[in-house]
Design a protein around this ligand. Structure first.
Ligand code: TPP
Ligand code: MG
Length: 392
């Protein structure tokens, strides 16, 4: 299940000591061996015991469990609204997280306020956990701004389209955190496809060698646009960590409880000076890559149906109901809250002001540049060629 190097490490803060979170020194899943999956909730919603990870969720209250359910339902509702808004022409593009709610809510809720998150373009559930207003996620996809939020307000970086590049940013940031002597952690999200990028390999090397307090959270959703994971790797992705000298774990990415537990463990390792961890959240992209993609051209219904049976929201609902932690009123209220969220986001996106057409030229160089001046003049001439002088 885990892979750990025997190489000597340089704990950042507590020389020679290991936290209980870092006890796993024996695990050595040989490359190519049948991968193990950390699971605490079966698809049927039954709680299974796990000697290593139970302690990370042992104190969880019914209220917190309902909270995780609420997070996932509201995130899915928001995501569906964004897809509809794209279809209505309100957004240029949308990257849906459908199916990945547990991977994102479980890991997002494992982070502490002072931790720092580096997302890709699909981490809407993590953004939710970090307190970023969902409406703000839509500005970039509408094409009216370059981001939509202040990264330092919630320690949640801007979305990154260049796949894998944020793992380097996260590693550098984590090295800085270590130099500051702070006891916070950094978490970098990326996908199975991004795992083939050189940037990710470099991040693994640097973070291992400098013992950086970073968690690499790979959502293996089985696809990189139309490329299946088999085209990215010959070994289970979490086993890649072994070659770099830090632990890797595969967790059931559709099991919010297991993701919460494993991510807490990995973040604690980082905070206690034990360096990086690779978490592979094994999940599935239920929808298209983005609204520009048509997955029926490269994958069949059977695969999707098999993953539908493992739906992350359904399994927590089953567990909550079987444990008598909910009543009908809870689900009804949540339904109302979901609809209200959809309405709020819809209204917010329609009210977003168009940007000043020339603003983009102001943010290239601090002191200006002749080439930018030329491009600005060309653009001004183009705009002026329209009858109203305002462009199309
Ligand atoms: C460096 C780079 N190369 C190619 C692309 C085009 N591209 C956008 S998303 C994507 C696939 C990413 O797949 P994965 O990492 O599995 O993430 P997922 O979309 O499944 O969440 C590619 C190739 C890009 N954005 N950046
Ligand atoms: Mg993928």
């Amino acid at each position: 299940m885990t892979v750990e190097s025997t190489a000597a490490r340089k704990p950042r803060r507590s020389a020679g000591t290991k936290s209980t979170a870092g006890k796993r020194t024996t695990a050595s899943t040989a490359p190519g061996a049948e991968p193990e999956l950390v699971q605490l909730l079966t698809p049927e919603g039954e709680r299974v015991k796990n000697a290593e990870y139970d302690k990370y969720v042992a104190g969880i209250t019914p209220d917190e469990l309902r909270g995780l359910y609420r997070d996932m339902v509201l995130t899915r509702r928001f995501d569906a609204e964004a897809t509809s808004l794209q279809r209505q022409g309100e957004l240029g593009l949308w990257a849906s997280l459908l199916g990945q709610e547990a991977a994102q809510i479980g890991s997002g809720r494992a982070t502490r306020e002072d931790d720092y998150v580096f997302p890709t373009y699909r981490e809407h559930g993590v953004a939710w956990c970090r307190g970023v207003d969902p409406a703000n996620l839509l500005g970039m996809f509408r094409g009216v701004n370059n981001g939509g939020w202040d990264p330092n307000s919630n320690n949640f970086q801007l979305y990154t389209i260049v796949i894998g590049s944020q793992t380097l940013h996260a590693t550098g940031y984590a090295m800085g955190v270590a130099k500051d002597g702070a006891d916070s952690a950094v978490i970098a999200y990326f996908g199975d496809g991004a795992s083939s990028q050189g940037d990710v390999a470099e991040s693994f090397t640097f973070s291992a060698v400098y013992n950086a307090p970073v968690v690499f959270f790979c959502q293996n959703n089985q696809w990189a646009i139309s490329e299946p994971t088999e085209k990215q790797t010959r070994v289970p992705l979490y086993q890649r960590a072994q070659g770099y000298g830090f632990p890797g774990v595969r967790v059931d990415g559709n099991d919010v409880l297991a993701v919460l537990a494993v991510t807490k463990w990995a973040l604690e390792r980082a905070r206690s000076g034990e360096g990086p961890t690779l978490v592979e959240a094994y999940t599935y992209r239920m929808g298209a890559h983005t609204t520009s993609d048509d997955p029926t051209r490269y994958r069949g219904d059977e695969e999707r149906l098999s993953w539908e049976a493992k739906d992350p929201i359904l399994r927590l609902r089953r567990y909550l109901e079987a444990s008598n932690h909910t009543d009908e009123g809870f689900f009804t209220e949540l339904e109302e809250e979901s609809e209200a969220l959809g309405k709020r986001v819809r209204e917010a996106v329609r009210a977003m002001p168009d940007p000043d057409h020339f603003a983009i030229f102001e943010n290239v160089y601090a002191d200006g540049h002749a080439l930018v001046d030329e491009e600005r003049a060309q653009f001004a001439a183009y705009q002026a060629s329209f009858a109203d002088g305002e462009g199309a």
